[in-house]
Design a protein around this ligand. Sequence first.
Ligand SMILES: Cc1cc2nc3c(=O)[nH]c(=O)nc-3n(C[C@H](O)[C@H](O)[C@H](O)COP(=O)(O)OP(=O)(O)OC[C@H]3O[C@@H](n4cnc5c(N)ncnc54)[C@H](O)[C@@H]3O)c2cc1C
Length: 342
Amino acid sequence: MDHPTLASMTTLRLGGPVANALRVPDPGDWAELVRTIADRQERAPLTLGHGSNVIASDAGHEGTVVAMNTRGITAERLDDTTVAVTVQAGHPLADLTGWAATEHLAGIECLAGIPGTVGAAPVQNAGAYGQQISDTLDRLTAWDWNAGRLRTLPARVCRLRHRDSRFKNAPGRWTVLTATFHLTRSPAAPLTYRPLADELGVDLGTRPPVAEVTAAVLANRHRRGLLLDPHGPDARQVGSVFLNPPVTAVEAARWSAAGCPVHTDSDGRLRAGADWLLEHVGYRPGCRIADGVHCSERRTLTLTAHDGATATAFVQALADLAARVGSTTGITLRPEPVLVGT
Ligand SMILES: Cc1cc2nc3c(=O)[nH]c(=O)nc-3n(C[C@H](O)[C@H](O)[C@H](O)COP(=O)(O)OP(=O)(O)OC[C@H]3O[C@@H](n4cnc5c(N)ncnc54)[C@H](O)[C@@H]3O)c2cc1C
């Protein structure tokens, strides 16, 4: 790549120069890439997929950035209903969910429309509409840069939690190379998310055909400004900038009475709606937060970058938003995207 920058590798289009950038289009290139990193006497490269969940430093990155572009899906029938689907890390997640809908394979239909690659999806246990990667992930293969070898990690050791995993907290240690999911040849998983059931005009717990749920998720995401449109006014974004914050039962009751949506994780943990909290303290879609940093046209919880934006200003904008919510409500907001670069 000529004069690569982190800006050219991320959806926010922010971030400074990169010393070396390597695209990995073919799984067979991996051994050579490992040798290249060793020859450069680097401990580990920075691994990126489509850069849709990172805020990249204005200073850029002094080492090598590896962009995973590997593609490919293989399927192995395990029994009458279960199919093991192994996917290369650089494969777009949206392409995988579209393929699964065509094949009538259930388990990832609610993840339709999430930007980015399959290899990055376990990093924050990507999820939406009541479904997450941990529901169907069976195992990963990943390069362990600490040990200098390929490892197979069963999902149970990946510490997949709400938008979190062992990978999100260990930058530079792992590069995910493949992910294997156990999908079922059946109707979609029972609907657990009210807005999706409403979109389909059915009750919670219903199991519509996979393709119908996939289409409904895409329609609902489109209406709510949750799809990445590279040519629209909200093109430069990373989706939600804050996690829905965990709250106690007492806090949940208090904020729920005030109108705040409260969600329950699969482990029973309660979370307040970060979008509602931002609006409660006065922010609105489209409002300016800092030079070149605005709330998106459709959604307060998505910040967008415009002319004049820098990563420093974007990070400061997050701190300002969190500070105002903290001082007004006592609730701490934590960023969802990852800070990367030097
Ligand atoms: C419009 C929009 C909507 C979104 N909606 C959702 C949503 O509904 N749910 C949700 O969970 N997320 C959502 N996101 C966030 C983002 O799309 C996901 O987190 C996605 O999984 C990131 O994929 P990526 O390839 O772009 O990862 P990147 O942004 O490139 O990387 C994210 C992190 O993963 C690491 N990483 C990337 N690839 C690998 C690899 N192969 N091995 C090891 N580490 C790696 C990076 O170093 C970085 O720490 C949304 C983003 C946008 C812009």
